[in-house]
Each structure stands twice: as C-alpha cells, then as structure tokens.
Design a protein around this ligand. Structure first.
Ligand code: NAP
Length: 495
C-alpha cells in the first residue's frame, strides 16, 4: 500500500509548535520537573521519531499533585458559579483562537489527519462551553414532608478532589469531557493523560491558567508508570472520585482499587459496536454512515463500528460500495494536505490489527480491499474491508481499533438483534433502516447506552455519552454529565 508522505522531517513551524508546550508537571499552579528530572519520550507515530520529552512523574510527584488539589478544594467549592462559568468560557475561546496549533500538536503526537484534529479541538472546546452553562443550572428542591411537620431542603455540592485518567485516542476531548464538568461543579482534580499523547493535555494546562483558573484546581501528572503513580492516590482516601476513560481491562482493575475507599466512579470503557444494515436501508446513506462509524480516528475509537451486519440480499452491493469508498481514501502523514487516514498509534496497535485480520481470513473471510500493512517507517495500516467474517472470528469479540470493516450477513431481524447483543460490551449500536417501526423496535432491543439511527456518529457534548454492561458506568456530557461530579445533600428542617 502506498503511504502518501511528502516529508518525514518536522518543519520549522512544527518544531516551534511542539517547543512552545510546557513539558513539566503542573502542580499547584506551578510548572516543575518530575522527581530526579525524569522524562520519557513522546513519539510521532507517522515516523517513529521522538517529538518531545516530558516529565515522568514518580508516585511522590503524584502525591504532591493530589495534595495541591485537596488544598485548593475548599476555596474552589466556594466560588460563585458565574466565576466558574467565566473561566470555562475564556478557556473555550482560547482553544478556538489557538485551534491551528492545537490541532497540529495533536496530529503530531497521535497521528490523526489535521482535519480530524481540528474537529476534535472544536468538539473538545464545546465541552467547556456546554458545562459553563451547566455550572449556572445546578439545581435543588424544597418540599414539605408527607406528615407536614418538616421541610426537605435538597441541594448539591461538589464531590471533592477528583482523579481523572484519559486515553490516547482523543487526547483533548476525553480531557475536557472530564475537566469541564469537574470545574463547573466546583471540583479540583489531578489529571493523568495517556503516555503516548501528553502534549495536548499540557497545552490545555497552559490555556486553563491563562483563562484564570485558580492554582491547584487542575493538576497535570504525566508518567510512564501509570499503575504505580495512580494506585496510591486512589487508595489514599484523599480523592473522592475517579473518572476513567480507557480499556475495560484497566477499568476493572481501577474499580477494585476504588472499592477500598468507596470512591465515586465514572467508567467510560471499551466497545464492540454492531452496525446493522437492513434490506430496506438507503444503501448510499448506510455506506456513508459506515465510513463515519468505522473511519473516524482511523477506527481507533470506542464507538467504532466493530461488527457490520448486512442483510443477505444487500451485502454484495453494500460490500462493493464500501470497498470502493475505503479503497479511495488517501493514507499518509496526518500533517500532509488531503490525507484522510493517518498511522495507528504504535507498533503494538498495528500488530493487533494485522493479527485480527489474519485470524479472520484464516477462518474463511475474504478481503475486498486492503489487508496488508506497508513497509517503511510509521505505523500505517490500509483501510480494509473483509466480507464473510464468521461470528467466531476474534475480531467479532475484541475491539479492532483500526481501519478494518468486517462484514457478516444476516437473514432476520430477530437473528441480528441476538447476534448484536451477544457481547459483554454495550456502548453504542448503529441501525440503518427506512422502516420507522423496525427502527424503534430494534433500537429499544439493542443492549447499548447509545444508538445511532441512520447516522454513523453519536458523540455530541450536549448528549449523554456512555455505555452499559462492561462498557462502563455513568454518563459524560448532556445535562447529566455534571451530576457525576455532584453529591446530593438533604437538610431536614423541623417546622
Ligand atoms: P488503557 O490502556 O486502558 O489506558 C487508558 C489510560 O489508563 C491511560 O492514561 C493509561 O496510562 C492509564 N492506565 C493504564 N493502566 C493503568 C493502571 N494500572 N492504573 C491507572 N491508570 C492506568 O486504554 P488506551 O489503550 O489508552 O485507550 C483505548 C481504550 O479506551 C479502548 O478500549 C477504548 O474503547 C477506550 N475508550 C473508551 C471511551 C469511552 O468513552 N467509552 C472513549 C475513548 C476510549 P498509560 O498511557 O501510561 O498506559
């Protein structure tokens, strides 16, 4: 496969954008090195070359960060909602003002094409605007006791200091989706971005400072030894909440750790999204939806269509059109003009995709396009369509996290709903049909927190995002997103 890369050396402009980012830890409003000045490398996945070195926090650094969050909590909880609104709106405006540099930085450390990185910055900033307004709407109630002899005053208070852990696939949006509601609710936090993509979060730290966020409200800890640094913080009892986005495997470990001090938890975990195309669907719309659901972020998304079920009467036509559209995509370095598909995050990620494809073809799946990783630098994998993928293939059970669309045929609605639900995951499902009654029936029967009906993207800051079963606990975004950072306080008043 040809990788369309004009140059692999960083341009002067790219070097300047990377150099402007503070690479220290942000603790209590001050930037400083990690213990022993330890650092780790951040690598450009399109070349495998080192982009930057950032502070590698020790467990003691982590504790300093949590202490700073704990110290800032009482005064931050007492700020006026309007003050928190103002900070979030200033940060929102600054993110959009700097969108070009922020998008370039994200493309360099994560690989996604520039147009997608710009889309993510806009999406990420929108969480700040959305939660700014939510800060003004924290509600409560006043009620007469049924016996008439008391009044119930019900209000909400910030949960307290929070630990926030984010993955590499959406380096900015997964952060603002947590930091936004935490600030809006009056919570301080320690955030740990993924080691592959710390630069976006560090750039955001500078923006939050410029926006006037008080010292210690958001502390940023970058590190290579996530478990060693975070477990003592979770078990310390000083933090009151953990909000995690990442794999189900790590999420389960963290839930156990949280049990010790009964922390509030929000868990946004893995997915295995079914994408169902009924015989009566508009095939052009279904192909466009599949491209969006599969190829957003090169397939490295928890919401990615992972199992594409197509009615047996239309699977050939659908497969031909999808393979054509996938085969036409331009693969290359995300910074190059017109590139639509960047590299995968690292060698292990690419190898996993290659192994899953080999497993499926070994069980009889046919390759309609793609299917072979190119030689040369960078972790590229071509857009791939497989058809006739058996239901016991590994990729039907595991997140592919790459640009591979596996097609499987079905005959009846009952059969496809059962197959779609036959997974421990339950994040999102997609359904394409022009039959309204079927659409509602199937949407209600699917075991997932979200359903896209005739659309391939569901993410929206104003909508409640989250999964059921082993895809997680709680919701982010929407009007409920702030509730995850609030405790209900009831005061009984004698009358
Ligand atoms: P991951 O390996 O679970 O890592 C996620 C984060 O957890 C990273 O910051 C990682 O740090 C940290 N971490 C790893 N082990 C830890 C431990 N023992 N204690 C504390 N922190 C630990 O997942 P990933 O590969 O970065 O991200 C991909 C996964 O995220 C996929 O499963 C995807 O579906 C899921 N995801 C879910 C959503 C959603 O909203 N449901 C959204 C995006 C992604 P290091 O980077 O240092 O390892």
């Amino acid at each position: 496969m040809a990788v369309d890369t004009t140059s692999t050396a960083l341009s002067d402009h790219e070097i300047r954008v990377v150099d402007r980012v503070r690479t220290d830890l942000l603790i209590g409003g001050s930037w400083g090195p990690a213990e022993g000045e330890a650092t780790f490398d951040v690598v450009d996945p399109s070349t495998g070359r080192v982009l930057a070195r950032v502070a590698d926090a020790s467990p003691q650094d982590g504790r300093r960060a949590l202490d700073a969050a704990v110290a800032a909590q009482p005064s931050f909880a007492a700020t006026a909602p309007r003050e928190r609104y103002d900070v979030l709106m200033r940060a929102y405006a600054l993110m959009l003002e700097r969108i070009d540099d922020l998008a370039l930085l994200m493309t360099l450390e994560m690989g996604k094409p520039l147009a997608e990185a710009r889309g993510e910055i806009t999406y990420a900033a929108e969480f700040f605007r959305h939660f700014a307004s939510e800060a003004l709407r924290i509600d409560g109630g006043y009620q007469t006791a049924p016996a008439g002899n008391a009044r119930f005053l019900v209000g909400k208070q910030p949960v307290g200091p929070c630990l926030l852990i984010t993955p590499w696939n959406f380096p900015m949006a997964m952060g603002t989706r947590k930091i936004g509601p935490a600030i809006a609710a009056g919570c301080t936090s320690v955030i740990k971005p993924a080691h592959q993509t710390p630069l976006s979060m560090l750039a955001l730290g500078g923006i939050l400072q410029e926006a006037g966020l008080p010292d210690g409200v958001v502390n940023i800890v970058t590190c290579l030894r996530a478990g060693e640094v975070m477990e003592p913080l979770i078990r310390s009892g000083l933090a009151r909440k953990l909000s995690f986005t990442g794999s189900t495997k790590v999420g389960k470990v963290l839930l156990e750790q949280c049990a010790d001090k009964v922390l509030r938890t929000s868990m946004e975990l893995g997915g295995n999204a079914p994408f169902i195309v009924f015989e009566d669907a508009d095939l052009d719309e279904a192909v466009a939806g599949a491209m969006a659901a599969k190829m957003r972020n090169m397939g490295e998304a928890c919401t990615a269509a992972n199992r594409i079920f197509v009615h047996e009467n239309v699977i050939d036509a659908f497969g031909t059109r999808l393979a054509q559209a996938m085969g036409d995509l331009r693969v290359g370095r995300g910074t190059d003009d017109g590139v639509q598909v960047g590299p995968l995050i690292d060698e292990a990620g690419r190898q996993k995709v290659a192994d899953l494809v080999a497993d499926a073809t070994g069980r009889g799946a046919q390759v309609l396009t793609g299917g072979e990783a190119p030689d040369g630098e960078g972790w590229f994998y071509p857009p791939t369509v497989l058809t006739g993928v058996p239901r016991d293939a590994r990729m039907a059970e595991e997140e592919i996290f790459g640009p591979v669309a596996p097609l499987t045929s079905f005959a009846s609605e009952e059969e496809v709903v059962a197959a779609a639900n036959d997974t421990p995951y339950g994040l999102v499902s997609y359904v394409f049909t022009n039959d309204l009654r079927r659409a509602l029936r199937v949407a209600e029967a699917l075991e997932s927190g979200m359903v896209g009906l005739n659309q391939g993207v569901v993410s929206n800051p104003a909508a409640p995002f989250g999964g059921i079963k082993e895809s997680g606990l709680g919701r982010e975004g929407g009007s409920v997103g702030i509730e995850e950072f609030l405790e209900i306080k009831y005061i009984g008043i004698a009358t």
